[in-house]
Ligand binder design. Structure first.
Ligand SMILES: Cc1ncc(COP(=O)(O)O)c(C=O)c1O
Length: 324
């Protein structure tokens, strides 16, 4: 933590982190990787500031809490066209691509590929033609293989599958790096950050070091296809149990369910607190649903071993037997 960020030691750490990340994701040469201090939320402002390029329209897709937060920020800068929304379905299923109303003149299309709170995940990538596709991958980044060239810009906050909070990563196609809107704070300039190799100011050195270790760990597990198989196995186990139970319920359409975040409710909500307390006593922690959703949520990111999900399911079965 005391290394100078301009010294050769940290230079090596940053270089290796970027190299391993590129390797894992097979990032094409015409994409830049930027390490930023802003959380994922910071990009809700940086994206319009950098990508509107004088245009006044952008398309946003609403699929849950986090995509909605991005929409609210986008509205500060341009006319936001909600190209698709599943609000009417209570955020239980992704909007069918054939129903999306995309504007071919939009500066970009923004969506969130894993809704952390609502528990929805895209298993497919929308085809937006010549309009750059911008995606918030915060909560499933590095959990599965992806084809970078389908996207104009990918961003992800660190604190799920990358490392400790305090860092976010941007992967952006070269041709989208242009001078931002006048008045943009210099730290929010993607082009400036890319030119300065993420060092316009002191980068979050410790967090980048840990992220680099995580990238090496994922490589040792067998890379992203092995990570994906691991995550499929865990989520299949948990959803499989939820679906055969009448005591618990997950309301998301099966094909649109997140492998990372599994929200569930007890049929009898008055048992929520008993469930959480009892789970905690069994070493099963952090299961309380987000404050906007209530109920429970099991976030089973890359670092969660299969044994963790086995233990959760065994506990849930036992709880159902005692209280069902
Ligand atoms: C999908 C998604 N986007 C954005 C955010 C906001 O991230 P941050 O708090 O790092 O700004 C979160 C946080 O959990 C998230 O899950």
């Amino acid at each position: 933590m005391e290394l100078s960020h301009r010294g050769p030691e940290f230079g090596g750490i940053l270089h290796d982190a970027e190299h391993d990340l590129r390797d894992l994701l097979r990032v094409p040469d015409n994409y830049r990787v930027i390490f930023c201090q802003e959380g994922a939320s910071g990009h809700w402002n940086m994206i319009p500031l950098n990508l509107l390029q004088g245009k006044n329209n952008a398309d946003y897709v609403e699929t849950g809490y986090w995509s909605y937060r991005a929409i609210e920020e986008g509205r500060r800068y341009c006319n936001v066209n909600i190209a698709a929304s599943n609000r009417i379905d209570n955020f239980c299923a992704l909007p069918e691509f054939s129903d999306w109303q995309l504007n071919p003149q939009a500066a970009y299309v923004h969506y969130c590929s894993n809704e952390t709170i609502d528990g929805l995940e895209f298993n497919w990538v929308p085809d937006t033609g010549n309009v750059p596709l911008v995606v918030d991958m915060s909560s499933h980044f590095l959990s599965r293989t992806i084809e970078i060239s389908r996207f104009g810009l990918i961003y992800a906050g660190a604190q799920k599958n990358i490392g400790p909070a305090g860092l976010s990563i941007v992967i952006v196609r070269d041709d989208l790096l242009k001078p931002p809107a006048p008045g943009t704070p210099f730290l929010m300039d993607y082009q400036g950050q890319a030119h300065a190799h993420s060092m316009l100011n002191t980068p979050p050195t410790f967090t980048i070091w840990v992220a680099g270790l995580v990238f090496k760990w994922i490589k040792r597990q067998g890379g992203l296809s092995a990570m994906e198989a691991h995550n499929v196995r865990k989520s299949d186990l948990l959803y499989g149990y939820l679906d055969q139970s009448s005591f618990y319920r997950n309301r998301v359409k099966p094909g649109d369910r997140s492998r990372m975040n599994v929200p569930f409710h007890l049929k009898e909500p008055s048992l929520d607190e008993v469930f959480l307390k009892d789970a905690d006593a069994h070493g099963l922690t952090q299961l309380r649903g987000h404050r906007v959703a209530g109920g429970m949520r099991a976030s089973i990111y890359n670092a969660m071993p299969c044994e963790g999900v086995d233990a959760l399911v065994a506990f849930m079965k036992d709880f159902e037997r005692r209280h069902g």
